[in-house]
Design a protein around this ligand. Structure first.
Ligand code: TGC
Ligand code: FAD
Length: 392
């Protein structure tokens, strides 16, 4: 892969909206991505392998639980810092950002918010340091967009719970020590359970043949009469709103992350347009190529504003789930369109692993699907503005 010469676009001087701490956090993440991710990521994507050696670095830049309080090992940062870290990591690769999103928003967040103090102290510091990695099991083979229909279930056996069922498309599953799993009790109420690798009857087969998010490990979670200790139930929230609350946090991170992927594609295409000569001119001098670049920087700038304002609302606790949903949908859609246009600007080189664009483009096909598909998010906004529910 070519050397990483990334320069972040900031067309509206949005840096003025950031604090010194935001900029420091972003610089640390950006430098780490340049040093430890960019040089190796294309190789790992080609091999369809997650580079486990970067786990320590992810922990060091605060990517595991950025907003979890210090007392539990987190970085104690605000939501905009969390967003900026996700942006920088996804600038390197969406699959690496997935690993960090899952660990932070889908594993640490529910343990922090829905767990008891013993659970927080047992799991969060080890997850923050990367000593343990986690995964989040909501999606099932027959229940993706409609997680409320899940069939994974647990029975109260007196001194333990007996868990049965299966989850699929689970990021980090093949190497996670800890899984936060959503299952129904005998009354059909959804609860979160912490399942640990090594429990009898629990297996995590890896999913192969992915053309997208190849540097992220994806797998199934299979529960065959798994005895889960009673103290592993998350006691403080139940019902579908519990897993969906975690998704709010992860979708917020994705709204920022997608900007990173888009910025990388734009920056690569802009640089290429000044260097690549055709018809005796740099291709950036042709109006059609300028139109592409002009539209890209416009859309990136709009997405940056959306993410920043959402970060302010997350910081003061006023962001609604529907507002988060809109930003996830808009920003991922923006990024996937920019990746497609940027790829065309590089001509044949656009499909080569010499550049990051094709990898981003393929990755974003997962990002536009997971954490709620584009269509599901359109329907969430539709429901919010009309008051009419398309899902019922
Ligand atoms: P509905 O009846 O609307 O809601 C059930 C209960 O949940 C509450 N609720 C929420 N709470 C918190 N945050 C949200 N975003 C919430 N949305 C809804 C709601 O108020 C209600 O509470 P209560 O107290 O009245 O019971 O549920 P529904 O069954 O009609 O479904 C609605 C729908 C379709 C929007 C929802 O299920 C949905 O979002 N589906 C998409 C599924 C999804 O996003 N799956 C993601 C799996 S995890 C993943 O993809 C990780 S990728 C990780 C990576 O690698 O980065
Ligand atoms: P389906 O729900 O079957 O949807 C198929 C199509 O139907 C979509 O286009 C959808 O928009 C459309 N559709 C569905 N319902 C409606 C409707 N009511 N109206 C209109 N259109 C509709 N899940 C986890 O729990 N944990 C993870 O860590 C995780 N990681 C993932 C990693 C990857 C790489 C991928 C690809 C997925 C991951 N997922 C994870 C699962 C992801 O959240 C689901 O794939 C996603 O929610 C969609 O579910 P589905 O694939 O079953 O599609």
């Amino acid at each position: 892969m070519k050397p990483d010469l990334f320069e972040a676009p900031d067309y509206y001087n949005l840096d003025e909206l950031l604090t010194d701490e935001h900029k420091l956090v972003r610089t640390a993440a950006r430098e780490w991505v340049k040093r430890d991710v960019s040089p190796i990521i294309e190789d790992y994507a080609q091999k369809a392998e997650f580079p486990t050696q970067i786990i320590k670095g992810l922990a060091e830049i605060g990517a595991f639980g950025p907003y979890i309080p210090h007392e539990y090992g987190g970085a104690g940062l605000d939501q905009i810092s969390y967003g900026l870290i996700m942006q920088e990591i996804e600038r390197g690769d969406s699959g690496v950002r997935s690993t960090a999103s899952v660990q932070s928003s889908l594993v640490m967040y529910p343990i922090w918010k829905y767990g008891n103090e013993e659970q927080r102290l047992k799991y969060l510091p080890k997850l923050a340091s990367g000593e343990w990695m986690g995964c989040f099991g909501l999606t099932e083979p027959d229940h993706g967009s409609n997680p409320g229909g899940m069939v994974t279930n647990f029975k109260d056996m007196g001194d333990h719970y007996l868990l049965n069922g299966a989850k699929m498309w689970i990021s980090n599953a093949p190497f996670a020590q800890v899984a936060v799993v959503w299952a129904k009790n005998e009354e059909g109420r959804i609860h979160g359970l912490i399942v640990e690798r090594g429990m009898e009857g629990f297996s995590t087969p890896e999913t192969h043949n992915k053309w997208s998010l190849r540097a992220s490990a994806t797998g199934e979670l299979i529960f065959d009469n798994v005895k889960v200790p009673k103290e592993n139930l998350l006691p403080n929230k139940s019902g579908l709103g519990a897993p969906l609350g975690c998704l709010d946090s992860a979708r917020f991170g994705i709204a920022w992350g997608a900007i990173g992927a888009a910025m990388d594609c734009y920056d690569t295409a802009l640089r290429y347009s000044k260097e690549r000569m055709q018809f005796g001119k740099p291709i950036g001098q042709f109006q059609l190529q300028q139109k592409k670049l002009a539209e890209m920087i416009t859309e990136i700038t709009k997405a940056q504003l959306l993410a920043w304002k959402l970060g302010v609302m997350r910081n003061n606790g006023t962001a609604t789930s529907a507002q988060i949903s809109m930003a996830k949908r808009n920003n991922v859609d923006m990024a996937i369109n920019i990746a497609r246009e940027a790829r065309q600007m590089l001509g044949g080189m656009g499909i080569s692993g010499e550049y990051s664009i094709m990898r981003h483009s393929m990755n974003l096909e997962s990002v536009i699907t997971y954490e709620g598909t584009h269509d599901i998010h359109l329907l969430i906004t539709g429901m919010d503005v009309t008051g009419l529910n398309a899902f019922k």
